[in-house]
Ligand binder design. Structure first.
Ligand code: NDP
Length: 296
């Protein structure tokens, strides 16, 4: 069995951050036979991993020094900065590669890349689009951006995490930009669902009763993403079969029904307001997605 303090030798990869996702990443490396060196701010989160063969480092600088490649996955880039933007760790990272799989904004990715370049650190930014149980399975989805050559060099180690890895381009902010756009869909939809459950509850309908029908609504959306892509990218909209004038009427029903129960309908009111502005500009026969042009 490996010593928990064996941080002198080289390992293929270091994982900084052992929250649920960091532990999933380190665990997937272990499962794939890639023995990681691990470190976390709060001690103790490495026990299970160390029991399975991971090398526990006593400090982030020791962890970083153990591998040519370090993967960091913590709550946000402030936490990343708190770990890596300290002299001993920055020095240890010099000439090595940092892959940042923490979620944050494109601007933060760009400023971290600038810091890395200043210190001679290879830097790739990334985003994980699927929950922890998918890590190490074919269902995991990883997005990457940054220098392609660096990505190619480290791809074999990253592949040990399983799933699909996509390099989105050399613009370092691109993975974070995809992440933000995709999470916009997720959290807006979840906020809508929480609201829908409140309206349903006010009408005596349980979440259990609504669930099978909610799933049906969910299945309408994926084909729509494909269908509207051309309209949005070309700026030529068609409201065929479902003009925004019809959508706005449906939205108004939701606002009225919610408010009749004293339920806050401000999110739907905002969306309805945007749709009405599109109509006021003379685009009432276009589809709902025309709102994109109103926003940007
Ligand atoms: P969290 O987002 O809660 O991150 C927890 C980790 O951040 C712990 O290792 C924690 O250390 C560390 N941390 C927080 N603040 C600091 C700090 N100031 N200095 C050093 N370390 C700090 O949990 P997850 O592991 O789930 O998420 C990590 C990243 O992965 C996030 O960006 C998240 O958005 C992303 N992600 C997560 C998914 C999931 O299903 N969980 C899915 C897709 C992406 P400590 O233990 O010491 O508090």
């Amino acid at each position: 069995m490996t010593s928990h303090n064996d941080h002198t030798g080289q390992s293929a990869v270091t994982v900084l951050g052992l929250g649920p996702m960091g532990r999933a990443l380190a665990g997937a490396f272990l499962d794939a036979g890639v023995r990681p060196t691990v470190w976390n701010r709060t001690p103790g989160k490495d026990h299970e991993l160390a029991g399975r063969g991971a090398i526990s480092a006593p400090s982030p600088e020791a962890a970083v020094a153990a591998s040519a490649l370090t993967v960091v996955c913590v709550v946000n880039y402030e936490a990343v900065d708190a770990i890596v933007r300290r002299d001993p760790v920055t020095d240890a990272l010099k000439g090595r590669t940092l892959v940042n799989l923490t979620a944050d904004t494109p601007d933060r990715a760009r400023s971290t890349a600038a810091w890395a370049a200043e210190h001679g650190i290879g830097y790739l930014d990334g985003a994980i689009m699927t929950p922890t149980p998918t890590i190490g399975t074919p269902a995991g989805v990883f997005l990457h951006s940054g220098p392609e050559e660096l990505y190619r060099e480290h791809r074999p180690v990253l592949d040990a995490l399983g799933g699909t890895h996509t390099h989105l381009g050399e613009d370092i902010g691109r993975a974070a930009a995809y992440d933000i756009a995709l999470l916009d869909i997720f959290w807006t939809a979840m906020a809508g669902y929480a609201h829908a459950l409140a309206v349903a509850r006010a009408e005596g309908i349980t979440a259990r009763e609504l669930a099978p029908f909610a799933k049906g609504i969910g299945t309408i959306m994926p084909p729509l993403f494909e269908q509207v892509a051309e309209e949005v990218d070309s700026g030529r909209y068609s409201g065929e079969g479902n003009p925004i004038t019809s959508a706005v009427s449906s939205m108004a029903h939701i606002v009225h029904a919610s408010e009749s129960h004293g339920i806050d309908a401000s999110v739907m009111r905002a969306a309805e307001g945007q749709a009405r502005r599109v109509i006021a500009r003379g685009h009432g026969s276009d589809g709902f997605i025309r709102i994109t042009d109103l926003l940007y």
